[in-house]
Design a protein around this ligand. Structure first.
Ligand code: ATP
Ligand code: MG
Length: 649
C-alpha cells in the first residue's frame, strides 16, 4: 500500500488546530498569505484520511473556477480525490440539473447565453438608453439586487437604504428588472443568480429533496467567506439545514465585493452564531517577504474602520527580499513600456513568466499593457475580463467545431484538425500586434492548446471527445489556461500569488476609483490595494503615471494611499510639505440632499439634479429631463463599474 501523505507536516500549531478540530463548526479568521486555503485543504484531506467523512460527502466552495481547480488538484495529491471543490454557481448548477426535472417535470432550463441582450431589450421597452455602458450598469445593478435578495418591487426602498447610486431612477430600474425577469422566463432560460435562487428555493420548499441532499452532503467548507453575499449565504443555509458541520475561512480586510452585495458580517459573526465553534486566528505570513508584509501592514493599518476581529497584524516568515519599488511616469504608455522592460529583466534573471502578474483596478487599463507586452514579444493572458465561453469568438469557434464534427472534417491529428476548423473563424498563424484582434487570437489559440493538452492526457482523443470536453468546460466555466504573464484586475487576483507583482495605474480616480465617493467606498478601495500588495511573494512594484496614454493635457495625481507608503529616501517621495497638505486634507463627506416635496433622502444622481425623489410627481419639463438623461449617460461612461467576476477565471 502506498504511504499515506503526512497531512500535519508543514503546518504551524494554529493551522494544525484547525485541521484536526472535530467535525462541527470551524472558523479561521486570518490575514492574507497565512495559509487559510492550505489549512482547509489539509483539513478536508485529514478528515477523509481518518475515515471521518467520505470524499463525496464533502462540498467545498471557493470564489473562482481557478481556485476550485487548484483545490481539486491539491486534494487529489493529498489522497482525497472525489471531493467536490467548486464555485457556488458551479455547485448550484450541478445540483439543480439533478433536482429540477423532479420539481418542474421538464429538463432544466439552459443558462442564458446572452443575458446582456435581455437587459437591453428590457431597457429598450422602457425607452431607457440601450448604449453598451448604460446597459452594463443596469445589468450590474440587477445583479446587486438579486445577490442581495431584493426583488423588483422592493428595489427602490432597498437601494435607498443601501445608499446605491442608481444608474437610472430607482423606479425605472425596478421596471427594467421586472421586464428582464419576464423576458428571461419567456425565453425559458436562467441567469447565474437564478441557479442559486432556484436551488435554495427547492431545498427550502421540498423536505423530501432536502433530506436526500443532506444524506449526500454532510460536510461544507467555504474559502474567502468574507465575500459571501446574502444570496450565497441563503444557499449555504439551505445546504446546511439544522446541521453545523461547516468550516469557513476568510479575512475581513479582503472584502472587495461589497459593491456587489457581499458582506463580512457572517464571517465576523460566525463565532457568535456557533458558540461551540473552533475559532483559529493565524498571523504568520508564509507567502511574502518581510518587506512585502511590512507594506501590507502599512496599507491596512491606515484603514479608517477596522471591526473587531479584523485587527490582525501579519508577521513575515520568509527571508529578506528586495524592497518594494515605487515609480512615477510621465504617461501611461511610458509606465507600461517600463513595466514590460522590467518584466523582461526579471525573466532574464530566471523568474518564470507565469510567476509574474500585472494587476490593475479596471479592465480598461489592460489595453496599454497588452500593447507594451506584445511589442516586447512577451506572452500574456488576460484574466477576469469577459467570461471565456461567453466571448463571441469562442462561441463562433464552438459552432465551427460542431460543424466540422458533423461533416467528419478529421485528419487523425487532433490539434491540426482543431486548428483547421478554427481557420474558418479567423485563426491566423502569427499573433496580431495587440488590441481586440490579439485578444481574439489568444482565445482561439487557447482552444488549440487545449486540444494539445487533451491529446497528451488521452492519446486517442478524437474531435468528438474534444467537443465534449469543451462543452463540459463551458458548462462548468473552466476556461483553458494560457501560459505567460497574467494581466488581471485586482478583483480577479484574490486568493492567488505570484513571485513578482506589478500594481499599476495607482492614481486618484482609478484607485480609489472615481465613483468611490463615500468613506465606505474609499475603504473598499484601500482593501483592494491590500489584496494587490499581498499577492506578491518577492518582487513588488507600484507605479503611476501623471497623464493618460499618449500624453494628454489632464494631469493626474498619485493615489492618496501612496502618500504614507513611499519611503522618504525614495526618489518618488513627495516633498514633506506637499505630503502633509495631502494627508491633512479632509476626506470628502457625502451627505445626501433631500426631496424638496417629501423630504426623503435622494439616492440617484438624477434625483439629486431634479431635487425630488422618484415617488413625487414630476414638475420638470421634458426638455430638462432629456438633458439630464444625456448628462447621466455621459457620466456613466466615465465611471466604469468593475465586472462582477465571481464565475470567471
Ligand atoms: P489569501 O488570503 O491570499 O487567500 P491564504 O491565507 O489562503 O491567503 P495560502 O494561499 O493558503 O494563504 O498560503 C499562502 C502561501 O503560504 C502558499 O504558498 C502556501 O503554500 C504557503 N504556506 C501556508 N502555510 C504554510 C506553512 N505552515 N509553512 C510553509 N508555507 C506555508
Ligand atoms: Mg486563500
Amino acid at each position: 500500500m502506498a504511504e499515506q501523505p503526512r497531512l500535519l507536516e508543514g503546518l504551524d500549531p494554529e493551522q494544525r488546530q484547525a485541521v484536526i478540530a472535530p467535525r462541527g463548526p470551524v472558523c479561521v479568521l486570518a490575514g492574507a498569505g497565512t495559509g487559510k486555503t492550505r489549512t482547509i485543504t489539509r483539513r478536508i484531506a485529514y478528515l477523509v484520511q481518518r475515515g471521518l467523512v467520505a470524499p463525496q460527502q464533502v462540498l467545498a466552495v471557493t470564489f473562482t473556477a481557478r481556485a476550485a481547480g487548484e483545490m481539486r488538484t491539491r486534494l487529489r495529491e493529498l489522497g482525497a480525490a472525489g471531493v467536490q471543490a467548486q464555485t457556488f454557481h458551479a455547485a448550484a448548477f450541478r445540483q439543480l440539473r439533478y433536482f429540477w426535472p423532479r420539481v418542474h417535470d421538464t429538463q432544466m432550463w439552459p443558462l442564458a447565453d446572452n443575458k446582456f441582450r435581455l437587459v437591453m431589450q428590457a431597457a429598450h421597452r422602457l425607452g431607457l438608453s440601450t448604449e453598451r455602458e448604460d446597459v452594463r450598469d443596469l445589468a450590474a445593478e440587477i445583479e446587486w439586487a438579486k445577490a442581495s435578495l431584493v426583488g423588483p418591487d422592493q428595489y427602490p426602498a432597498a437601494a435607498a437604504q443601501a445608499g446605491r447610486v442608481t444608474p437610472v431612477l430607482p423606479q425605472q430600474l425596478a421596471q427594467a428588472f421586472a421586464g428582464y425577469e419576464k423576458l428571461k422566463n419567456e425565453a425559458r432560460v436562467l441567469d447565474f443568480d437564478d441557479l442559486l435562487l432556484h436551488i435554495a428555493a427547492i431545498l427550502e420548499e421540498r423536505p423530501d429533496i432536502a433530506e436526500e441532499f443532506r444524506a449526500r452532503y454532510r460536510s461544507f467548507v467555504v474559502d474567502e467567506y468574507q465575500d459571501v453575499n446574502p444570496l450565497q449565504q441563503r444557499v449555504l443555509d439551505a445546504w446546511l439545514g439544522s446541521r453545523d458541520d461547516i468550516t469557513v475561512v476568510g479575512d475581513a480586510n479582503q472584502t472587495i465585493y461589497s459593491f456587489a452585495g457581499a458582506t463580512p458580517k457572517w464571517l465576523i459573526g460566525f463565532p457568535r452564531r456557533f458558540p461551540e465553534a473552533t475559532v483559529v486566528r493565524l498571523e504568520r505570513d508564509y507567502r511574502s517577504t518581510p518587506q512585502v508584509v511590512d507594506l501590507a501592514n502599512q496599507v491596512i493599518g491606515a484603514a479608517r474602520e477596522r471591526p473587531a476581529g479584523t485587527r490582525l497584524r501579519l508577521v513575515g516568515q520568509r527571508s529578506d527580499g528586495p524592497r518594494p519599488d515605487f515609480a512615477e511616469y510621465e504617461d501611461e504608455t511610458a509606465e507600461a513600456e517600463a513595466v514590460a522592460r522590467r518584466i523582461a529583466r526579471l525573466a532574464g534573471q530566471g523568474v518564470a513568466l507565469s510567476e509574474i502578474a500585472v494587476l490593475f483596478r479596471v479592465n480598461a487599463q489592460s489595453e496599454v499593457y497588452e500593447k507594451a507586452l506584445s511589442d516586447a514579444e512577451i506572452p500574456y493572458q488576460v484574466r477576469g475580463g469577459e467570461r471565456f465561453f461567453a466571448r463571441a469568438e469562442v462561441r463562433q469557434a464552438m459552432t465551427a467545431l460542431r460543424t466540422a464534427l458533423a461533416h467528419g472534417a478529421e485528419s487523425g491529428d487532433l490539434p491540426a484538425t482543431v486548428r483547421d476548423a478554427l481557420r474558418e473563424v479567423g485563426l491566423v498563424d502569427e499573433p496580431p500586434a495587440g488590441g481586440a484582434a490579439r485578444e481574439r487570437w489568444e482565445s482561439l489559440i487557447a482552444l488549440v492548446e487545449l486540444a494539445e493538452e487533451l491529446v497528451a492526457a488521452v492519446p486517442d482523443a478524437d474531435l468528438a471527445r474534444y467537443v465534449r470536453e469543451l462543452e463540459m468546460r463551458a458548462e462548468s466555466q473552466h476556461p483553458p489556461t494560457v501560459e505567460g504573464v497574467t494581466l488581471a484586475s485586482l478583483h480577479a487576483a484574490k486568493g492567488l500569488e505570484w513571485d513578482a507583482v506589478f500594481l499599476v495605474g495607482l492614481v486618484e480616480g482609478t484607485l480609489p476609483i472615481q465613483h468611490a465617493d463615500t468613506d465606505a467606498a474609499v475603504e473598499e478601495e484601500r482593501r483592494l490595494l491590500y489584496v494587490g500588495v499581498t499577492r506578491a511573494r518577492e518582487h513588488l512594484h507600484l507605479s503611476w503615471a501623471l497623464a493618460r496614454a499618449g500624453g494628454g493635457r489632464r494631469f493626474r495625481k498619485r493615489s492618496r494611499f501612496l502618500y504614507s507608503l513611499v519611503p522618504d529616501d525614495h526618489p518618488a517621495a513627495l516633498p514633506n510639505k506637499v505630503r502633509q497638505r495631502e494627508l491633512l486634507a479632509k476626506p470628502k463627506k457625502k451627505t445626501n440632499p433631500r426631496c424638496r416635496m417629501c423630504n426623503a433622502e435622494l439616492v440617484s444622481t438624477m434625483d439629486v439634479k431634479l431635487g425630488r425623489c422618484a415617488d413625487c410627481p414630476s414638475d420638470v419639463d421634458e426638455g430638462l429631463l432629456e438633458q439630464l438623461k444625456a448628462w447621466r449617460s455621459a457620466r456613466a461612461k466615465q465611471l466604469k463599474v468593475p465586472a462582477y467576476v465571481v464565475f470567471t477565471d
